[in-house]
Structures are given as structure tokens and as C-alpha cells.
Write a protein that binds this ligand. Structure first.
Ligand SMILES: [Cu+2]
Length: 212
């Protein structure tokens, strides 16, 4: 059968594109350990803060040395703000949101998930020793840019003992407001444009009103 040279070229090009696309999916799944949502666990977002599964946000070290992080993503903070987990051991995150959709990205790792009200987001990963920044990568409102936390993966020998519960650092909303004020002051200090100053100031006042 005679196939035209141009038709042949397009057949090869089309096949190559499919191979590349499927290959990138396989690479993400196997090498980067991307985990698509595998289970659907629901929760009432209006009572998420008092639900027994999320009433005590923090890190729980399991008897096998792995860790479970119980966390809330909310306007505009993560609870707990700081998560200390053992390095090189499986860490399972269980997250939910009492208000709206947030992101939970552990910068520089494959920990990146959407936190959707009404559902429990769960994924497991491991960390090399170090400290990591956690950011919200789903725009959630006026304080979105200050919504951040930290994860510290430390050698299991210095990590909290089995059963130890690491309590959250104070009230998340207060911390979020402090962080926003701080960032607004920074914005004002660095801004030479009067318009930007107004904007940063206005944002601060709005959040304080929301927080009241
Ligand atoms: Cu956000």
C-alpha cells in the first residue's frame, strides 16, 4: 500500500504525541508518585471543627513509626501552623476545610492536594529531612497570600515519641491576622506607590472586620 509521505509523517507525529502524553502520565504516577483521589470520605463542613476526626488538629505518631497529620485548611490559615513529622517515614495527611476550597501544597515535594469542604482529603507521602513551606494554592479570598504553614521533617530519633500529640500553636485565626498585618506593613514599607499603600491598608481592615 502506498502511503503519501505527508500522511505518513502525520501518522508518526500523532503516534508520538500520544506516547509522550501517556508517558508523562505514567511518569507522574510512578516517579513523582502522584496520587489521584482514591477514596471519598465525607464530612459536614459546618461541624468540621468539632467533628471527632478533626477536633484535635496536630501530628500523631503511630506505633509503627509513621505519622498522621490531622489538619484544617481555613480562611486564612492552616491548623496546625507547624507540623513536625518524622523524616523518611510514611506521613498520612487527613485534611478538611470548614469554609471553602483551599489548596495544600508542600513546596518542593509531591504533597499537593485540594482541600474541599464536605470531604476529607487524604494522601500519604514521605519527606527528606528539612523544613518545608506549606502554601494555599487555591485562591480563597483577601488573606489568601498569607495562608501558609510549615512542615518540619526531622530524624525519627529526635521526633516526638509514639503516641505523642503535637498541639497546634494557638488559635489559627489570630495567627493569620497577625501574619496579614505583618505582610501589609511590609507591603507599605516597601511600596513607593500610594495606590498600593491604600490597597494593603484596606485589605487589612477588611480582614479584621471579617474576623470580628
Ligand atoms: Cu487560599
Amino acid at each position: 500500500m502506498k502511503i503519501d509521505i505527508y500522511e505518513k509523517a502525520w501518522i508518526y507525529a500523532g503516534t508520538a504525541i500520544i506516547v509522550v502524553f501517556l508517558g508523562s502520565m505514567l511518569f507522574g504516577a510512578i516517579v513523582e508518585a502522584a496520587q489521584p483521589p482514591s477514596h471519598v470520605e465525607t464530612i459536614d463542613p459546618t461541624t468540621a471543627r468539632t467533628d471527632p476526626r478533626f477536633a484535635n488538629p496536630g501530628v500523631v505518631i503511630n506505633s509503627d513509626g509513621s505519622a498522621t497529620v490531622i489538619g484544617l485548611a481555613q480562611m486564612f490559615s492552616f491548623m496546625p501552623m507547624e507540623m513536625r513529622v518524622p523524616a523518611n517515614r510514611p506521613v498520612t495527611f487527613r485534611l478538611t476545610s470548614p469554609d471553602l476550597i483551599h489548596g495544600f501544597e508542600i513546596v518542593g515535594t509531591n504533597g499537593n492536594a485540594m482541600v474541599v469542604p464536605g470531604y476529607v482529603t487524604s494522601f500519604t507521602t514521605t519527606f527528606k529531612p528539612g523544613s518545608y513551606l506549606i502554601v494555599c494554592n487555591e485562591y480563597c479570598g483577601i488573606g489568601h497570600h498569607v495562608m501558609q504553614g510549615s512542615l518540619i521533617a526531622e530524624d525519627p530519633s529526635v521526633a516526638p515519641e509514639a503516641g505523642a500529640r503535637v498541639a497546634p500553636l494557638g488559635d489559627g485565626s489570630t495567627i493569620a491576622m497577625g501574619a496579614l498585618m505583618e505582610s501589609s506593613h511590609t507591603a507599605m514599607a516597601h511600596s513607593t506607590d500610594a495606590g498600593h499603600e491604600m490597597e494593603a491598608g484596606a485589605g487589612m481592615v477588611t480582614l479584621m472586620e471579617v474576623g470580628r
